[in-house]
Ligand binder design. Structure first.
Ligand code: GAR
Length: 202
């Protein structure tokens, strides 16, 4: 059984989907804690509603990365709560090597594009601006790069002629809510793991 620490900055719809799969007995995991760098975020509210220990950690003085004292605090919370797998679910800061070393091969992320296409922020807007005919989402192991780690799985969505950024993101999110629990189930069962920086499937 996975012992999950879920990190997010926003609404928490991916976290909600993960919790629903756990509660329905479709994902062999427990949510050990939720951590957010945004006070009052939806993901913290969600964690509290589900009775999960949920914490705000102030990321200052950094704006785009989790580093220094804030990173140490997050690692401490994850360890205290017995986390063995860290799921980034809309966590809008880059995690740094100390966290990756604390949970080697056990930090995963979901990204709203078919990586390696459109890494970084607002990937759905990037897909529209590039005139892509399809996009999707990727669940991947996290490495030190930005959205560069080995891919666990992807789900595709078409880009429609009348798509707006909001409509495309919504369609991608529907697939994210299936992809993330599915990827975590592969980890929970040992059918996917990271060895020597490569994804091993069995
Ligand atoms: C999701 O679309 C996720 O893929 C994206 O943020 C959204 C969070 O939504 N993450 C990134 O862009 C990371 N680079 P949620 O808070 O409703 O799960």
């Amino acid at each position: 059984m996975l012992s999950l620490g879920i990190l997010g900055s926003g609404r928490g719809s991916n976290a909600r989907s993960i919790l629903e799969y756990i509660e329905a007995g479709r994902l062999d995991a427990r949510a050990a804690c939720v951590v957010s760098d945004v006070a009052g975020s939806g993901i913290l509210e969600l964690g509290r509603m589900h009775g999960i220990p949920s914490f705000h950690v102030d990321g200052a003085p950094f704006r785009t990365k989790l580093d220094g004292a804030a990173q140490d605090q997050v690692i401490g919370l994850l360890r205290e709560h017995g986390v063995d797998t860290v799921a980034l679910a809309g966590f809008m800061r880059m995690v740094k090597p100390a966290l990756l070393r604390a949970f080697p091969g056990r930090v995963v992320n979901i990204h709203p594009a078919l990586l390696p296409a459109f890494p970084g922020l607002e990937a759905w807007e990037q897909a529209l601006a590039a005139g892509a005919s399809e996009s999707g989402c990727t669940v991947h192991f996290v490495d030190e790069g930005m959205d560069t780690g080995p891919v666990i799985l992807q789900r595709r969505v078409p880009v429609l002629p009348d798509d707006t950024p909001a409509s495309l993101h919504a369609r991608i999110q529907e697939q994210e809510h299936l992809a993330y629990p599915e990827a975590l189930a592969l980890l929970a069962s040992g059918r996917v793991r990271l060895e020597g920086g490569k994804v091993v499937r069995s």
